[in-house]
Structures are given as structure tokens and as C-alpha cells.
Design a protein around this ligand. Structure first.
Ligand code: XLS
Ligand code: NI
Ligand code: NI
Length: 442
């Protein structure tokens, strides 16, 4: 008996997850996510574009700095890297299609082990991407985005594109070229750069200006290569302020937008906003979404949640309706994602060791987002939320306020208009009213 017969299907106790409505008491069903349901003339599936992330769901074994991984991963069996990679891919596609989802996201090293060197890694990627093409066709599953892991291997300890040693930068380039080839071959819709080691631990040994210029040069090369090889999707940068380095160059959405503008990359790059990275930067998720949307650069999101007591990237599955509703209000108002979707960059807790736990985690996250979408849509259509927000700025809609916005006034004009200042009124910001309004619709 070979390994395949022994272990497949991997998730024997779970069938296809279906929509059963809010009253269902089946833990393996959706209560709110109904892919084909129309919301504002668009299906829920098209609004949300959920993706499963390969690394957390099929590679992470639950290890932490204090102990090795307790997680059972029956798909890790196999005598060769190729066999193990195929088993893992079988498990991934079984899982994605049981959830009824359309997308997955991957790093190059997630889908097959690197092997001895970059040349062997390239051959292995060709092998496993052939298999991925078969699986994608069979299950009607697509790639939301691909990426290269330029942070785990010790060779990148001083950075990848920002490494002070050109030889390492060149190696990173080879790895990105292969990851782009793989993404293009699999018709990946987007490509992500998360600068895991692009930052510094100490300024004493860092020429920050030169490193950032190298990063920009590298991104231009990657973009040019992909465009010349038929890639029409969007590139995303995923901001994160710290961890693993003390200070990462892609600190937050504003910093990344400034960088993209400075180095003339804004036509091709948008942002991938991760909840737990926003909170690490001491912003809310909504803040980062709004900053991106205002720059017409809200590309995609990595859905997860931090922990109020722990100050690191805990990557828990999203559950908080109050926060997600506020996020969905911004996403809806921005007209949705530019090319991307909702990737669950989230992992099971170390002590969640049943195979079924992966289903509970995703079902919970999917339903929480679906519900937030429905609530946000109701707030947008039935409540006075948007009119109230707009009316707060109504003094700029006509007269002198409009002249101000249109650049028709000088500072002297402002002084003249205000006179002795006696006509100023006290106008409430009504924060508590608005906070209650969100709760009223949940
Ligand atoms: C890590 C990042 C990573 C990226 C992809 O914190 O979130 O998972 O999403 O490299
Ligand atoms: Ni992420
Ligand atoms: Ni993260």
C-alpha cells in the first residue's frame, strides 16, 4: 500500500461545507457566507474573494521559540521532496474545495522543499507547478497571489534585496524570478512582496538610504521581468513595522505609499494590508485600509487578528464583528479590492491539534467577514451614517468653503472671512452616536 492510499482523503470526517443559514447548529456549515447571494448587485464570492494561505494551513507545525511543533500533518509523509510536495498539495486542494473557496496564496518554499541549491529549487518548482496546474483545473481553484520567501533561510539574515552583500541580492533576484515564473505559469492574479528581512536591527551597521534604493531597484527589475513575461496582474507590497527586524522599511501604508511615489512604482504596485501588521504599527486596521483607499491603492488584505495583551504578530483567525464591520464599510466605500481579495494569513493556536480545527478556524473567519459585509451594506443603505459623515464637511460644499478647497483663497482672505471670530459654533463630533449605530446594525 502506498502513502496516498493510506492517508487520503486527509480530512475524512468533514464533507463539503455548505450554507445552512443563521439557525443551523451544524459547526461544519456556513451561517452567513452564501457565495452566490447578491449584495449590491455583486455575489458575496466576488466581494470577498477568500483565499487559503498555504504556509499557515499546510506548512506551519505549531512550533514556537519554546518548543517544537505538536501539529499532526499526515500530508508530510513521502520518500522524496516531490512525493511530499504532491501529498501536501492533495491535502491543500481537498481542503480548499471542501470549503468551497476559489483561491489560494503561496510562497515558493511552501509548495516544495528548496533542495541543495537554487538550480535544484528551480527544477522542483517546475515539477510541482505542473501538478498544481492539474489540481487547479480539477478543483476550479485559482492563485490569488504568489510570492518568494526571502526571509527564512539563513542566507537572508542581513536582508534580501537590501542585503549589504550584492551576492545575496543576486540570489534573491534568482529566487524572485523563479517565483514569478511559477506565479505566471499558474495564472496567478497578483504577486506579493513582504519584506521580511528588509530593514535593520542596528543603524550602526546600516546605510539606510542605500538599502532603500536597492529595494526600489530590485522591485523595478522584478516588475519589468514579469511584465515582459506576460504578467498582467498587480504587485502588492505588504507593510509591517517590525518583526523580524527591529525596523522594517515597509513600516505602514503611508510609508510604503511615500516609497512607491519616490521611486515611481505606483502604477504597478498596490498595498496588501494585514490586520495584525496594522496593530503592530499602532494603527487600526481601518486606518491602514483608509490610507490605502485614499491613494487608490487598496489591493488586497491579509485577514487575521492580533492579541490585545501580546505585542507580536499572533496571526489569529478573525472573529470580531465590531471591527470587521468598520473595515467592510471602508472596503465597500472604496469599491472593493483592486485585484486582490481576503487571504487568511492566520494560523491555528499551537494546542489546536485536531485536523478539523482548520475547518472551524476558516469557517469562523469566512462567516465573520460575510456577516460584516451584510451589516456594512445595511448601514450603508438604511442608516444615516454616510450622510452624517458627509454633512460634517458641508461648509466646504459651497460659498467660501468651496473657494478654499478650489485654491481660490489666500491666508489674508481667511483672516477677513473670520472677522472677529464671534460667529463660530460648537459642533459635536457625535462619536458615541456613531459607535452605537454600528452596534445597532450588528
Ligand atoms: C508575515 C507576513 C507573511 C506575508 C507573506 O508576517 O504576513 O505571511 O503575508 O510573505
Ligand atoms: Ni501577511
Ligand atoms: Ni503577518
Amino acid at each position: 500500500m502506498n502513502t496516498l492510499e493510506k492517508t487520503q482523503p486527509y480530512f475524512k470526517n468533514v464533507g463539503k461545507i455548505k450554507f445552512e443559514g443563521p439557525d443551523s447548529d451544524n459547526p461544519f456549515a456556513y451561517r452567513y457566507y452564501n457565495g452566490q447571494q447578491l449584495v449590491r448587485g455583486k455575489t458575496m464570492e466576488d466581494h470577498l474573494r477568500f483565499a487559503v494561505s498555504y504556509w499557515h494551513s499546510f506548512c506551519g507545525d505549531g512550533s514556537d521559540p519554546f518548543g517544537w511543533g505538536p501539529r499532526p500533518m499526515p500530508w508530510n509523509e513521502g520518500n522524496t521532496a516531490e512525493e511530499r510536495a504532491k501529498n501536501k498539495m492533495d491535502a491543500a486542494f481537498e481542503f480548499i474545495s471542501k470549503l468551497g473557496l476559489t483561491y489560494y496564496c503561496f510562497h515558493d518554499v511552501d509548495i516544495i522543499d528548496e533542495g541543495e541549491n537554487i538550480l535544484e529549487f528551480g527544477k522542483r518548482l517546475e515539477f510541482i507547478s505542473d501538478y498544481a496546474l492539474e489540481k487547479q483545473a480539477e478543483h476550479k481553484v485559482k492563485v490569488l497571489w504568489g510570492t518568494a520567501n526571502l526571509f527564512s533561510h539563513p542566507r537572508y539574515m542581513n536582508g534580501a534585496a537590501t542585503n549589504p552583500d550584492f551576492n545575496v541580492v543576486a540570489h534573491a533576484g534568482a529566487q524572485v524570478r523563479n517565483a514569478l515564473d511559477t506565479t505566471i505559469k499558474l495564472s496567478g492574479e497578483n504577486y506579493v512582496f513582504w519584506g521580511g528581512r528588509e530593514g535593520y536591527m542596528s543603524l550602526l551597521n546600516t546605510d539606510m538610504k542605500r538599502e532603500k534604493e536597492h529595494l526600489a531597484r530590485f522591485l523595478h527589475m522584478a516588475k519589468d521581468y514579469a511584465r515582459n513575461n506576460g504578467f498582467e496582474g498587480t504587485f502588492f507590497i505588504e507593510p509591517k513595522p517590525a518583526e523580524p527586524t527591529k525596523h522594517q522599511y515597509d513600516y505602514d501604508a503611508s510609508t510604503v505609499l511615500g516609497f512607491l511615489r519616490e521611486f515611481n512604482l505606483l502604477d504597478d504596485f498596490k498595498l496588501n494590508i494585514e490586520v495584525n501588521h496594522a496593530t503592530l504599527a499602532l494603527h487600526t486596521f481601518e486606518h491602514e485600509l483608509q490610507v490605502s483607499a485614499d491613494a487608490n491603492a487598496l489591493g488586497s488584505i491579509d485577514a487575521n487578528r492580533g492579541d490585545y495583551q501580546n505585542g507580536w504578530d499572533t496571526d489569529q483567525f478573525p472573529v470580531d464583528l465590531y471591527e470587521l464591520t468598520q473595515a467592510m464599510l471602508i472596503i465597500l466605500n472604496a469599491g472593493g479590492f483592486q485585484g486582490g481579495g481576503i487571504n487568511f494569513d492566520a494560523k491555528l493556536r499551537r494546542n489546536s491539534t485536531d485536523l478539523e480545527d482548520l475547518f472551524h478556524a476558516h469557517i469562523g473567519g469566512i462567516d465573520a467577514f460575510a456577516r460584516a459585509l451584510l451589516i456594512a451594506d445595511k448601514i450603508a443603505t438604511d442608516s444615516d451614517y454616510y450622510p452624517l459623515l458627509k454633512s460634517r464637511y458641508s461648509t466646504f460644499d459651497e460659498g467660501k468653503g468651496a473657494d478654499f478647497e478650489n485654491g481660490k483663497l489666500s491666508l489674508e482672505d481667511l483672516a477677513e472671512i473670520t472677522g472677529d471670530g464671534s460667529h463660530l459654533q460648537q459642533i459635536s463630533g457625535r462619536q458615541e452616536y456613531l459607535e452605537n449605530l454600528i452596534n445597532r446594525y450588528i
